[in-house]
Design a protein around this ligand. Structure first.
Ligand SMILES: [Zn+2]
Length: 140
């Protein structure tokens, strides 16, 4: 098979319908159109790292591993978003914005730890989309 396209990354994002277009537009702006594989699951990093969704974790890791083999990607771009139903499912009480950011960040840290162990050569990028459609990079 001829493979002249250089794939750059896998994008891990949430299934929330409100964020499909913003995520797509953001990646286009980054000149990544056609250059990334995509894994979309409830909660993005929350779905693949929070204990509440344990059953989903290995499905993600298997898909990531497959994309690394098939597409030779070098990076995982994680895009979580605010007002995420999966974030709410991790808590019984209603969330204030600040609490929700803590949930995203703690899942980013968990995921980063898993990645360092399983795929240490993979670059990581963590982002949160806000409801005003602004995206913010998160440094761990
Ligand atoms: Zn969500």
């Amino acid at each position: 098979m001829k493979n002249i396209i250089k794939y750059k990354a896998m994008v891990l994002s949430c299934m929330d319908p409100r964020f499909q277009k913003p995520v797509h537009d953001y990646l286009k702006k980054q000149k990544l159109s056609g250059k990334y594989s995509s894994f979309t699951i409830a909660g993005a990093a929350i779905g693949v790292a929070h204990p509440k969704f344990k059953k989903w974790h290995s499905v993600f890791l298997d898909n990531l591993s497959t994309s690394i083999k098939l597409h030779k990607i070098k990076k995982l771009i994680v895009i979580n978003h605010m007002d995420c139903a999966a974030a709410k499912m991790t808590k019984k009480k209603p969330l204030q914005n600040i609490d929700e950011i803590d949930i995203h960040k703690s899942c980013f840290r968990k995921l980063n730890k898993i990645m360092k162990k399983k795929f240490p050569y993979l670059k990581m990028e963590f982002n949160i989309f806000f409801l005003n459609k602004k995206i913010k990079k998160v440094k761990l």
